[in-house]
Design a protein around this ligand. Structure first.
Ligand SMILES: [Zn+2]
Length: 762
């Protein structure tokens, strides 16, 4: 009764894997942001399709190896980039499966080192994945959801610095023992559907199948049954396989009873699977698990027909479109029965399926993205790499995004400005603006790392613009501008012709301070820091100041004015002082303080980089402080700064001395008579605006009761070369009065103590 047709061992065209650059970029980002050192399995998705030349060309644009598909027709499997699985915060909607593609789920194992990658137990990993498919078959889950018949495993190691990814893909297939065989059918091994049926009937079958796949989706529609009865065709789900087989057997027996023609020779039941193969003699790899499923169904006869369905392109075509271009083929398979479906444990399973088609040995592929990536993008992500690595072990709570988003205004593009800018870049800060009124001179390049010899030629380029351009050249991802502005200074009167220009400069500076988050005072004189201090206080910005002496420096942050009122109650913390508060609070230190900046160009060359770096680090600790703008100072002593966060509590001031290589943390509160940040100064600017500034720049003498009385005495107290702005600002704040009182007290003491040891102290 049974056909004794000669049979041959059935071979399958392997799936060749390709993973496109987008996937690796997504994985790289995931590794840096979320996974870090974790090597947990990640659920991912890939797809295969009915590969045809037209479609292959599309696939080959996905990056990776472009030559293979066109040289050797292969069935391809590609791994999709899935932002939702790589980024927990992204929408979980997921991208819809691509048209005409059959999605397969799988998982990724990404190791931390190449050694781990090499040592992965591939046999075991594939066996586990095969066991998963096997379970789906014997529990009946795969019968209701044939998508479970297919799975894949992706192993990878990414060299994140070099953008190189090593990977291997496995498609677990349950092999039969002995192998399944197939017989020649209607004269050929694997005839085209049109050789089996008339073109009209063949087109009808294709349309039926396409409709079925469209209805249930390509994942579930990857395998189903087909009933062929007296010239009409009907698709059935795998759940209906048993009734289909029973019907056919019954009909065959009935037919055999009526017509004695050897019976049972009719068409066996037909399974359809979406075939990725491009071969005329081999079905695709995914048929293996479909046959494994059929083998485990007790109803399955020894002979079944398989329709290798190669005409699924995502839409249901019209009949005239189908006619003349049908690629699907028919196959009659002699299924090897499963010895005992229930008893087959993992140990008895033979699972095969590592893709051996890679370029490197043993099927290991290498994806080198560095050559295909936009170098600008590489620069961007490489900069982030080192920063993100901080979070892996050393400083998990660093808020790099907040730091990177800080817009910085650098007043002064000299030695300090250059070093501050470079250190800011190192922290990933993308917005750096320079203000400087000078030009690059021949003495600059050796000490100022943004400038070169050529910048000094023809009178020198404007420093601010030049520095901004150099910064962009170093890192194109930075937004950097330069403003050629001279900062107006107290005690530097303007000629009437300059007034409008200075007014415009002040307006510009005010706007610049307002639109940045942090302001660095990096100019080379004390008085040029006055207006920026005032503006920074007014706009409640983070103001950082670095100043140099011959072998000493100070790096400090200014206190921020409390929000609504000028009291410190709002913040619960006493406001820290500004650069100018300091001189007044500790008059006895004023001599050494003043030398810091007054001799600024005469410094040991190492002082500026140290001070600049500390100023930036102060900002970074401050920006990431949980206490925000009003972060209290770390005074040293019983230091709990580590508990405060990975980057510590920022001090108020750091003073360093190269004379003995010492460094001290100092805290000074805001002084209510400060000539730059006190309420009276802020109010005067608020009320009179530029007119007030003009009085300061001109050092206008405003006689009032106190001043007239004390004028004589005050003139005598002035140093030989008084700091500009001394008179007007000190009169305004009341400092002058204070000085007079102090001087008077000192005079009294001198007289009283003349006979004592007082003089020895000088
Ligand atoms: Zn102050």
């Amino acid at each position: 009764m049974e056909s004794q047709a000669p049979t041959q061992v059935l071979n399958f065209q392997p799936l060749r894997s390709r993973v496109d650059g987008e996937f690796w970029s997504a994985l790289r980002a995931h590794k840096l942001h979320y996974a870090m050192l974790s090597t947990s399995r990640l659920d991912i998705r890939g797809h295969y399709q009915c590969t045809r030349p037209r479609v292959r060309a599309m696939l080959s644009t996905a990056g990776g190896d472009d030559s293979r598909p066109s040289v050797t027709p292969q069935s391809w499997f590609a791994v999709d980039a899935q932002p939702e699985s790589f980024n927990p915060s992204a929408s979980s909607m997921g991208s819809p499966p691509l048209l005409g593609f059959v999605p397969i789920t799988g998982h990724l194992l990404n190791t931390n080192t190449i050694e781990e990658f090499k040592q992965l137990n591939r046999r075991q990993l594939l066996a586990e994945a095969g066991q998963r498919v096997h379970c789906a078959i014997i529990t009946g889950q795969a019968t209701s959801d044939p998508a479970l018949l297919h799975y894949f495993v992706l192993l990878s190691f990414g060299d994140l610095k070099k953008y190189r990814f090593f990977y291997q893909v496995g498609f677990p297939a349950l092999a039969s023992d002995p192998p399944d065989r197939y017989e020649c059918y209607r004269g050929t091994c694997m005839p085209l559907l049109t050789d089996v049926y008339s073109p009209v009937l063949a087109a009808q079958i294709i349309q039926e199948c396409c409709s079925y796949i469209a209805a249930v989706g390509p994942a579930k529609g990857c395998a189903f049954a087909l009933q062929c009865r007296e010239g009409s065709f009907r698709t059935l789900s795998l759940s209906e396989w048993e009734s289909l087989c029973t019907t056919i057997t019954t009909e065959a027996e009935a037919k055999a009873a009526v017509v004695d023609d050897g019976g049972g020779e009719g068409d066996p039941p037909t399974i359809v699977f979406i075939d990725s193969s491009t071969s005329d003699t081999m079905p695709g790899w995914t048929l293996r698990n479909v046959l494994a499923w059929a083998r485990c169904q007790p109803c399955t006869p020894k002979r079944i027909r398989v329709l290798c369905f190669r005409d699924w392109h995502g839409v249901v075509p019209s009949e005239d479109v189908i006619a003349g271009s049908i690629h699907s083929r028919m196959l009659v398979v002699h299924v090897t029965p499963a010895a005992s479906t229930q008893a087959t444990g993992p140990d008895q399973l033979t699972v095969v399926g590592w893709d051996r088609g890679g370029k490197a040995k043993h099927g290991i592929n290498v994806a080198d993205l560095s050559s295909t990536m936009d170098p600008y993008k590489v620069a961007e992500t490489s900069l982030d790499l080192n920063l993100k690595l901080m979070r892996w072990r050393v400083a998990p709570d660093v808020q790099l995004e907040r730091i990177a988003a800080t817009k910085c205004l650098l007043l002064g593009a000299g030695t300090l400005g250059c070093y501050v800018a470079r250190t800011l870049l190192g922290w990933g800060i993308r917005h750096v603006t320079f203000v400087d009124g000078g030009k690059v001179t021949f003495s600059n390049p050796p000490r100022q790392p943004l400038f070169e010899f050529d910048d000094c030629l023809d009178g020198g380029r404007p420093k601010a613009e030049c520095a901004a351009e150099k910064l962009r050249r170093i890192f194109p991802g930075v937004t950097s501008r330069g403003y050629n502005l001279s900062i107006p200074m107290p005690g530097h009167p303007m000629p009437p012709s300059e007034v409008d220009k200075v007014r415009e400069t002040v307006t510009q500076l005010d706007a610049l301070v307002a639109e940045h988050d942090a302001v660095f005072l990096l100019t080379d004189s004390r008085e040029s820091r006055w207006l920026p201090t005032l503006l920074g206080t007014k706009h409640r910005k983070r103001v950082l100041c670095a100043a140099l002496g011959f072998e000493s420096f100070v790096a400090m942050r200014h206190g921020v004015l409390p929000p609504a009122s000028s009291t410190s109650e709002a913040t619960g913390v006493q406001r820290l002082g500004c650069y100018f508060c300091n001189d007044v609070v500790a008059p006895q230190d004023s001599l050494s303080d003043r030398t810091l900046d007054q001799q600024c160009t005469v410094t040991r060359p190492g002082v500026a980089p140290v001070a600049a770096a500390l100023a930036v680090e102060l900002l970074v600790s401050w920006v990431q402080s949980p206490e925000g703008l009003y972060t209290a100072a770390d005074n040293g002593g019983d230091d709990t700064s580590r508990e405060f966060g990975s980057l510590g509590r920022p001090p108020h001031q750091i003073r360093g001395y190269l004379s003995d290589f010492g460094q001290h943390k100092i805290t000074g509160q805001a002084y209510d008579l400060c000539t730059a940040c006190s309420p009276i100064i802020l109010n005067s600017y608020e009320q009179d605006g530029f007119d007030f500034l003009q009085r300061v720049f001109d050092n206008m003498f405003v006689p009032d009761g106190d001043n007239i009385d004390g004028d004589q005495g005050k003139q005598q107290q002035l140093p030989l070369s008084p700091p500009p702005g001394y008179n007007y600002l000190e009169s305004l704040t009341g400092l002058a009065k204070l000085h007079q009182d102090a001087d008077a007290l000192l005079d009294d003491m001198s007289i009283d103590d003349e006979d004592d040891t007082f003089e020895d102290d000088f």
